[in-house]
Design a protein around this ligand. Sequence first.
Ligand code: IVH
Length: 705
Amino acid sequence: MAGETPVEQLSERAAQHELERLAKAIAVANAAYHTHDAPEISDAEYDALKQRNQAIEARFPHLKRSDSPSDQVGATPAEGFGKIRHAVRMLSLANAFDEEDLREFDDSVRRYLGVEAAIAYTAEPKIDGLSLSLRYEDGALVSAATRGDGETGENVTANAREVDDIPERIEGAPEILEVRGEVYMSHADFEALNARQAERGGRTFANPRNAAAGSLRQLDATITRDRPLRFFAYGWGEVSTPLAETQMEAIARLEALGFRTNPLTRLCAGLDQMLAHYRMIEEQRATLGYDIDGVVYKVDDLALQKRLGFRSTTPRWAIAHKFPAELAWTRLLAIDIQVGRTGALSPVARLQPVTVGGVVVSNATLHNEDYIAGRSNTGEEIRGGKDIRVGDWVQVYRAGDVIPKIADVDLGKRPEGAEPFAFPDHCPECGSAAIREDGDAVRRCTGGLICPAQAVEKLKHFVSRKAFDIEGLGAKQVEQFHRDGWIREPADIFHLQARYGEGLQQLKNREGWGEKSAQNLFEAIEEKRKIPFARLLFALGIRHVGEVAARLIAQHYVTWDSFVSAMDEARALEGQAWEDLLAIDGVGQVLATSLVTTFAQEAERASIERLVRELEIEPAEPPVRAEGSPVAGKTLVFTGTMEKMTRAEAKARAEELGAKVAGSVSAKTDLLIAGPGAGSKAKKAAELGVATIDEEGWLAMIEGL
Ligand code: IVH
């Protein structure tokens, strides 16, 4: 670069200084590029820094630094954080929004356990931060991981060590102890941080939660050191010996070990006390000095927690009671129509920007045409039948992370001449007819694969975090590549290098890309040729097939090939393969029909096959805790009355142990568990020669697992 001393003229001392300067500059550039997605220098400048560093090292090999950028070749930053697989999954919580929901939660707990007496719960604030799992072995902190997708999180150990509330060593703890809790930032620290950032021309954060997340997820842990993060412990993952017999005692134990726990945690004898504590916390909310978004209740008795267990993503023994949403009034400037990956036409409100609960909101969802017209899906009036028109004053609300919504409209302020909104009956993107099927609240574009908006949304979904998660290929890049005809369908992503990668010329010449970023992209794509079955299925973006359903389906069929054959066999929407599909927990008629018809559509099928040819699909892993289980991979049927556990509990336990639970006996059934009063199912099992045991036999079989 201009003004620099040529390498061959550098003295040894100058060279040493220069290497130090370059190491710093390259580290800063790496952080800007990989962590903030906001490169501060061009790729050419970056390459020049690295080349100069190498040239100096070549001339003075003995001056090479131990943290030399030449040894990193972008590796650490390119990979971002390492991954940590959680020994015990990190789940989220189901929500209750009012007293009624809470009552239903308490009822469902008692129903599941089959008890009528009141159950004791703990109640504590729900901290609005990000969850973290800290693993201690023999009292020493060995790792820290974010929640990630619940199964695998990011390794943020170095960063966690910079948080004052997180002890490096604890005394008197079980040999293995994973402490879980929330990392957050106080209001005061958040404001001071934003002020500092603004002064330095750095990026400011929308709210304390984002600031906490941005500060913890720093590849350079020294940045975390300068950010005042805090930590409240509220739970645990793997423990070699139980902490206590109740939630309340366990929390006290965590506190005795040196963790901060929330001082507003209380034991409640039943619903009334829970609600009273909720109101008390809500009253204190504004003066706590940190953000909370509700109250979490947990069954206090840990033996009961264990029995209650988990649904696919949430525990049955806990619930989050959310505070009511935050509100603000503003003007509706326009209504735009967006076309989603399944062709749904979604109206989006463009708003005069307004701050709602500390976040600036300028867009909100309007759901569908009925919602705009003031009707629910079933034709009943909402908002007292008031429709929404461009120019109206509307009330915006947001609750937690959800997309802001419009709750109300002020007719007194409606501008004269405002017209009712005419919802389009043609796709604004491809012009195809947009129709509403019977019973569907949503109008959909019928253009299918010819609709560019659907194609691009499908591609965005395909590369998203829970799908293929290709580093360097996000929504923005997909849009560009699609616009230029480089990627029309998922399979094209895997041809990108062969087609356009000759010497990387083409990609490298695009704006925003350089040799290094192009190379990184191709490497990231190559890495994803090997993909788990469930991720692939989710990534296809088939209507109604979400992440959980994709996982359950993959676990059922294990391999991609057997799944596809089953879809072919089920094409008539009847017969054994069809029944088998419907027997999967969580798969109903609607999902099953969507799945089977997608595979039966010629164009869709051909597109999927072109993709699959590029991939190595990993078979599904058996569900958690299946090892050592006598029923892993087996199909079980329960019938008759159970006395020691409810039917729901028995089913959930069996599934946790890797079994499939079916509703009826067939040749595929491996075991029937028959309680008193078993009728036709027991008879059929006998005819088919299916092994049958009673409840006691079942309990003996699963004891200790
Ligand atoms: S208990 C099995 N307690 O809320 C999950 N979670 O919406 C047990 N959170 O992922 C979680 N404060 O990050 C629990 N006092 C609290 C919490 C809390 C905040 C977060 C946590 C969780 C999310 C679920």
